[in-house]
Design a protein around this ligand. Structure first.
Ligand code: MUC
Ligand code: MG
Length: 366
């Protein structure tokens, strides 16, 4: 089996409302659909969400690097030779989301070729996982309303609360969330580098008072000594996300004392490097959690497959609900969250079908 074509299709699907966080705001799903076709007619899919505030990529840059740089390396290659292709792609630095989408599409193909779902190929650790919901920045009342809806409608009991602006405002939101949701739900926080080290240390102590379990990216990790000071003084673990986006980056961050847990995202490390990161962390006794890059529906299906494939990831609630912001998508069937849990698809590969009419409607290069 050989790869016969690689496409990168920019999409534009409106959100119900913007999703805000300390480093940016997303107003629509302007993701890039990567489609890899083989000479025997299989089609693998991956989704790259452009996050300029995190990786410097835009939809235009993702389309260009996939079409102009990666496609010539992929066409004619064996899609099972993922390690060779990974090395070929690695000759181009960065472009994390573009590489992640290519890797996801290759695993989708491998699963289809073997007649097995991706989570089974990855190790089939769980039949489903608890879902966690990311609450975007807003007024305390808006943030509580979002969480209550997710709890009442979908049974979600774990929430990652965006923080990282004015501390009094953040603490007011967390206080109200804890009061409305009760003690049994898990709250953890993500500042997306919004604070300086001194503010972050105060914040970590105050968040711990509300039984917040972890704090992600409190300040820029490049503030090297400041970050180490936070890690030393925080009563709750500091999670690396945008400062730990590659296998080597995770290793360096852990050795330098920049983070005590790692957020793993299919959207930037695909299945291949996500599994390598999980293995590295498992060996070191470091917690890994599946994060959400404001994934669309395809990315959500992939994140669920990863979590259900790896034991270390299946243990913690998995961030798989933010596709609900989308008014629609190109997938024929949206992901499903029931009783606070997400299950992987049972069909071979990722088990997704692209609706051709929706693709025609939402493609941004018409
Ligand atoms: C997160 O966990 O930081 C926001 C930007 C991005 O790339 O991912 C999200 C969520
Ligand atoms: Mg984060």
């Amino acid at each position: 089996m050989k790869i016969s074509s690689v496409e990168a299709v920019p999409l534009a699907v409106p959100y119900r409302r913007p999703f805000a966080f300390a480093s940016g705001v997303a107003t629509s799903a302007d993701h890039v659909l990567v489609r890899i076709t083989t000479d025997d007619g299989l089609v693998g899919h991956g989704e790259a969400p452009p996050r300029p505030y995190t990786y410097g990529e835009t939809a235009t840059s993702i389309v260009a690097v996939v079409r102009d740089v990666f496609a010539p390396l992929l066409v004619g290659a064996d899609p099972f030779a993922r390690e060779r292709l990974r090395a070929d792609l690695a000759r181009t630095v960065a472009n994390n989301a573009a590489k992640g989408a290519v890797d996801v599409a290759l695993w989708d193909l491998a699963g289809q070729a073997c007649g097995q779902p991706v989570h089974v190929l990855l190790g089939h650790a769980a039949d489903d996982v608890a879902a966690a919901h990311m609450i975007g920045l807003g007024t305390p009342a808006q943030m509580v309303a979002d969480a209550v809806e997710m709890s009442d409608r979908y049974g979600v009991e774990a929430f990652k609360v965006k923080v990282g602006r004015d501390l009094a405002h953040d603490l007011a939101a967390v206080r109200q969330l804890r009061r409305e949701l009760g003690d049994s739900v898990e709250l953890y926080a993500d500042a997306n580098r919004g604070w300086d080290a001194d503010t972050a240390i105060v914040a970590a102590r105050r968040l711990a008072d509300f039984h917040v379990t972890m704090l992600e990216e409190p300040n820029p990790a490049d503030d090297v000594l400041g970050r180490r000071r936070i890690v030393r003084e925080s009563p709750i673990p500091i999670v690396g996300d945008e400062s730990t986006i590659t296998l080597g980056g995770v290793a360096r961050s852990l050795l330098d004392g920049d983070a005590q847990a790692i957020s793993v995202k299919v959207a930037r490390t695909g299945f291949t490097d996500s599994a390598k990161i999980v293995g590295l962390c498992e060996g070191l006794g470091i917690t890994t959690v599946v994060g959400n890059q404001i994934d669309g529906m395809l990315g959500t299906v992939a994140s669920t497959a990863l979590a259900c494939g790896q034991r270390a990831l299946a243990r913690h609630p998995v961030e798989v609900t933010n596709f609900l912001l989308m008014t629609d998508d190109v997938l024929a069937e949206p992901p499903v969250i029931v009783d606070g849990r997400a299950a992987p698809r049972q069909a071979p590969g990722l088990g997704v079908t692209i609706d051709p009419d929706k693709l025609a409607h939402y493609r941004a290069d018409r």
